[in-house]
Design a binder for this molecule. Structure first.
Ligand code: UT7
Length: 334
């Protein structure tokens, strides 16, 4: 009996309408378009403005986009995983709410948080459930409302992050397409360099903390940058090496969109031409768990059945890794 592999068979996405441009940020903090563009590659990001709408709003829209594009019956979905670092609430999962709102009434659902590596690690989890034969349709959503934890007075973080969501459907594949291999790692000693410190179980949210902006995310950009460059390049090199792949075997690099310079360094280490590097950071900034599915959504019509896609991510935790994937369908343009 041939082994079941786990393939992505559909993609959907949603970004909020409000555009926060570099020009607008120039009026909010001491920064400028030239600095942001040259240091990060970002031109604008999307922000979910409406009060009372959280990450589930983005996740539901992305899932509905996928459902509507593919005529998927949501009742056939077995499991909904929402990768997010900004859940709606602390103790009620964003995934359960999302699953119910999209009509996935025969599914169970849970959240996964591994910061910017959340979607990558979610790909591994979703694939394992499919490969084991236990479930047949898994909706993996990467969604983050980063604007809920960004301090718009801190120029080191507010220029980078944006809000958005992307969704993919994982299904069994009999042709050996889908996830081929993965190299995933974490290093908890890195958490001091990128974190939202307060409001969890270690450090309570007090009036004083709140007054001092302690509920916002903090990052020591330079340290995170260095670790991201090294580890994303290292993980992709390891994946290529152990699968005896060279740059000419790879059609696409789908790398977490945190900084154009980090993505280019990874592509350079792989010896990949710019045309093979998926890039949309200029439009959305760093949407944390949503960057990878937003890339797939933007490039869906260019992807061909059998294409080799190398995924890579690095994020808080620290967490990072790379996945070797074979794309399972060619989308016909109507
Ligand atoms: O997605 C999860 C992981 N996150 C990442 O991968 C992000 C990794 N880090 C980065 O992308 C970069 O470190 C940043 C974009 C955050 C910062 O870029 P950098 O090139 O590392 O800048 P820096 O922090 O070393 O600062 C260089 C200079 C400093 O000025 P001095 O000390 O040289 O005079 C900063 O004060 O740039 C200054 N600076 C800014 N200037 C204008 C820092 N932020 C800004 C800004 N506008 N927004």
């Amino acid at each position: 009996m041939s082994k079941i592999s786990a393939a992505i068979t559909a993609v959907g996405a949603y970004v909020p309408e409000f555009i926060l441009s570099n020009a607008m940020l120039e009026t909010m903090v001491d920064t400028n378009d030239a600095w942001i563009t040259s240091r990060t590659g970002i031109k604008e990001r999307r922000i979910l403005k409406e009060d009372g709408k959280g990450t589930s709003f983005l996740a539901i829209r992305a899932a509905k986009d996928l459902i509507q594009k593919t005529n998927l019956d949501p009742k056939t979905i077995d499991l909904v995983i929402v990768a997010t670092a900004t859940p709606d609430m602390k103790a009620a999962s964003t995934a359960s709410y999302t699953a119910t709102k999209i009509g996935a009434s025969n599914a169970f659902a849970f959240d996964m948080d591994s910061a910017c590596s959340g979607f990558l690690f979610g790909m591994s989890s979703a694939s394992s459930f499919i490969e084991s034969g236990r479930y047949k349709k898994i909706l993996l959503i990467g969604a983050d409302k980063m604007s809920s934890i960004v301090n718009y007075k801190d120029r080191a973080t507010c220029i980078i992050f944006g809000d958005g969501a992307g969704a993919v459907l994982f299904e069994p594949n009999a042709e050996g397409l889908g996830l081929q291999d993965e190299y995933l790692r974490t290093d908890g000693s890195g958490r001091e360099f990128l974190q939202a410190t307060y409001g969890g179980s270690s450090n309570a949210m007090t009036h004083e903390v709140l007054d001092n902006g302690g509920h916002y995310a903090f990052q020591e950009g330079k340290t995170v940058f260095k670790n991201a460059v090294f580890n994303m390049a290292d993980a992709t090199a390891k994946i290529l090496d152990r699968n005896q792949l060279t740059n000419s075997d790879v059609q696409w690099l789908a790398a977490h969109q945190a900084n154009k310079r980090i993505i280019n360094a990874t592509a350079e280490r792989m010896g990949l031409e710019a045309e093979k590097v998926m890039m949309n950071i200029e439009k959305y900034g760093n949407t944390t768990s949503a960057t990878l599915p937003l890339l797939l959504n933007d490039y869906e019509t260019q992807l061909k059945k059998g294409d080799t896609v190398i995924f890579a991510a690095f994020g808080g935790g620290f967490s990072w890794g790379s996945i070797y994937f074979k794309w399972a369908y060619t989308k016909t343009i109507n």
